[in-house]
Write a protein that binds this ligand. Structure first.
Ligand code: GUN
Length: 297
């Protein structure tokens, strides 16, 4: 038996089509495009690539993209002033401040300055709290994308044992909350977890989000389990001087044991920006007081 390959690239493409349709309907109803503002401070190369893709995909979905690039030595007060301006700008429905920020800035303070109802990333403590108590809000893009893939693959997740490896604010913790809300029995494992292989072996659902290349081995995986690999790690390739991308899971090994696995690349990665566009569009509908059916997107 070989596991099914979960095609995140195709799922993300179909999500972007739905976003595009709803974005067109929003523009027809309001006379303006839904808008997403992205703020990048500094020149981190990976962040520059992400921000460029976000801008491109925002425009392709029929939404307005506002990019703000600030030098690495920008005073924190200037960034806070820009966020204030975006909070009150009626053309801006969603705001994303690309992380990580330069060392002289307090990330939590910057996130706290974003209007929670424009927080397309779902990082504001208000949205973290809303997720915790089950109120509508905004959920971080990568874990929400993982949940969409899981529900598409499995249908109901109720009663399943889920193990999330990693406890970051961006992925691990919100992923655990989302799985709990789907009535999974959730374990959050991390670098201090004792006998991680034994913990993972109990899981019907494994979400690996630790940033360690191919850490999760085939013999850790329960036969038939669904494996979601959030890792994107660059490692040396066989050919001298080249690199390749691998996940946090030994993909070839997992394919022989699991029921379904996300590949790297082409699994979770493409979902993140598609969900960001979805979040920004939902913000636009909500803030304009327009109905959007719960199952619309
Ligand atoms: N840096 C890495 N991932 C993310 C993300 O999802 N949102 C933001 N704002 N920054 C990131």
């Amino acid at each position: 038996m070989t596991a099914a390959i979960i095609d995140g690239k195709a799922f993300a493409a179909s999500l972007r089509v739905k976003v595009g349709e709803l974005a067109a309907a929003f523009a027809a109803k309001t006379g303006r495009k839904a808008g997403l503002a992205v703020v990048l401070v500094g020149e981190d190369p990976a962040s520059q690539v992400y921000v460029r893709s976000k801008g491109k995909q925002t425009v392709e979905a029929g939404m307005a993209s506002f990019e703000h690039k600030l030098p690495a030595d920008t005073p924190e007060a200037d960034l806070l002033a820009l966020i204030d301006q975006l909070n009150t700008d009626p053309a801006v429905d969603g705001i994303l401040v690309q992380l990580p920020l330069p060392g002289h800035m307090d990330e939590q303070k910057v996130i706290a300055a974003i209007n929670p109802d424009k927080d397309a990333d779902g990082f504001h403590v208000i949205n973290v709290g809303r997720l915790g108590v089950g109120q509508p809000g905004f959920v971080p893009c990568t874990p929400l994308g993982c949940l969409m893939l899981l529900k598409d693959q499995l249908g109901s997740l109720s009663g399943l044992n889920a193990v999330v490896i990693g406890r970051s604010n961006i992925v691990g913790k919100p992923m655990a909350q989302l799985l709990l809300a789907e009535s999974c029995t959730v374990t959050i494992a991390h670098s201090r977890t004792k006998d991680l292989p034994a913990v993972v072996r109990r899981a019907d659902i494994v979400v690996a989000a630790v940033g360690r290349p191919e850490m999760v081995k085939a013999d850790w995986i329960k036969p038939g389990a669904t494996v979601i690999d959030v890792g994107i790690n660059r490692v040396p390739a066989a050919e001298e001087g080249k690199t390749r991308l691998v996940g946090d899971v030994d993909y070839a090994g997992a394919m022989a044991v699991a029921g379904a696995v996300t590949p790297v690349p082409g699994g979770v990665g493409p979902m993140t920006i598609a969900v960001l566009l979805r979040n920004a569009l939902v913000a636009a509908y909500r803030n304009a007081g327009l109905e959007l059916a719960a199952d619309a997107i």
